[in-house]
Design a protein around this ligand. Structure first.
Ligand code: GLU
Length: 362
């Protein structure tokens, strides 16, 4: 039985046929989460739907550009959405609380730890955190790719046992979902890449799509957390999956066995914040990916450096052809690495404690 889970609810799950909020669905989902809560399972909810709600609520007097309308819709929509959650949880005898965050809040370790502390204390008080991006201020390049990415960061930060991503389809299909012979892939084994199956259909109401869900899921599973992609429109989906442990139709990503340290978890999700890239030699790839021993990345293994970054910035680590190997915290700034690249006997560029190697075969 799980002790702590993250549940992500996408806008598509909450949308009704007219593009408004389906209050019945919302109530049903809250009821299920309350059931989990009563069984002693801590739930961290990541809910989309602020923009959807705002849009269905408002008739703007003036035509606004995409950015401004997003800000206005989310400001109003989030207020209504959290209000609904608050009332629905309270009717179940549970308090929930709002946590709004931005990508920037995950970039520095101190902000990251502040957020973690807030959610830890809420959970200890029996309060359900309802997390969303602060869409009023996170714009363009400062945005999370989508709430799937945010839910992955939350799952990893809070060290949950499972991340359940609820969407409006049953899981990841092995072909085009509209083709009758296509089936849901029930289980994705450790370190298996499923990119060949992903059909890029963008979500109607949210920003995410299947490839971003799969990307997040693989990353989180790489860290040792089980990920389930399931249909949030299906009744009793959460209780069936989590409490009854029924064999519900969904896609499960088998978690890696390794236990990552907290710093490594943070680094694993920092790829999006990487300020530069290091390409490394085949020998260095072999050294840092060795399964039996943890090795740091030495300057001798660095072939080239892209981007300008400071000491302690996050960098992507790739092989000579640019294939992604992992991410790490650089102990030197980019200028210094350029000087040291290929040299013997220098201190590591990325220490193994501050490096995350992906398990997925790309
Ligand atoms: N934060 C956005 C919202 O609440 C959703 C982002 C997404 O679609 O993933 O509307």
């Amino acid at each position: 039985m799980y002790k702590r889970i993250t549940v992500k609810i996408g806008s598509n799950v909450l949308a009704d046929a007219n593009g408004g909020i389906d209050l019945q669905r919302l109530g049903h989902l809250v009821h299920q989460m309350a059931e989990l809560h009563r069984h002693g399972i801590e739930v961290i909810l990541v809910s989309s739907g602020s923009i959807l709600t705002g849009r269905s609520e408002l008739r703007l007097a003036k035509h606004l550009d995409v950015v401004s309308s997003r800000q206005v819709y989310s400001a109003v929509g989030q207020a209504k959405l959290i209000g609904r959650y608050y009332e629905l949880f309270l009717a179940e005898g549970i308090h929930c609380g709002q946590v709004l965050t931005t990508k920037e809040s995950f970039e520095t370790r101190s902000h990251y730890l502040n957020q973690k502390n807030c959610i830890t204390q809420m959970l200890a008080e029996g309060i359900v955190p309802v997390v969303n991006e602060n869409d009023t201020i996170s714009l363009t390049e400062l945005m999370f790719t989508d709430n799937d990415e945010l839910s992955g960061l939350m799952a990893s930060m809070m060290n949950v046992d499972a991340l359940v991503i609820l969407s409006n389809i049953d899981g990841i299909y092995d072909g085009n979902p509209s083709d009758p012979s296509t089936q849901v892939i029930r289980k994705i084994g450790r370190g298996k890449s499923i990119s060949q199956y992903i059909q890029e259909t963008k979500s109607k109401f949210g920003r995410g799509g299947m490839s971003s869900k799969a990307g997040t899921a693989q990353k989180v599973a790489d860290e040792g957390i089980e990920v389930i992609i399931a249909n949030g429109k299906r009744n009793d989906i959460l209780t069936d999956l989590i409490l009854e442990e029924k064999d519900v139709l969904c896609t499960r990503f088998e978690p890696a066995e390794k236990e990552s340290s907290n710093v490594k978890k943070w680094i694993a999700h920092s790829e999006g914040f990487a300020k530069g890239e290091l390409r490394i030699s085949p020998k260095a790839v072999e050294a840092i990916t060795a399964a039996d021993v943890a090795r740091s990345l030495l300057p001798i293994g660095v072939v080239s450096v892209t981007g300008e970054f400071e000491k302690n910035d996050i960098v992507r680590i790739c092989d000579e052809d640019g294939n992604y190997i992992g991410v790490g915290l650089s102990r030197y700034d980019s200028r210094k690495i350029r000087q040291l690249a290929g040299k013997k006997g220098e201190k590591p560029v990325v220490h193994y404690d501050y490096m995350f190697i992906s398990d997925t075969n790309h």
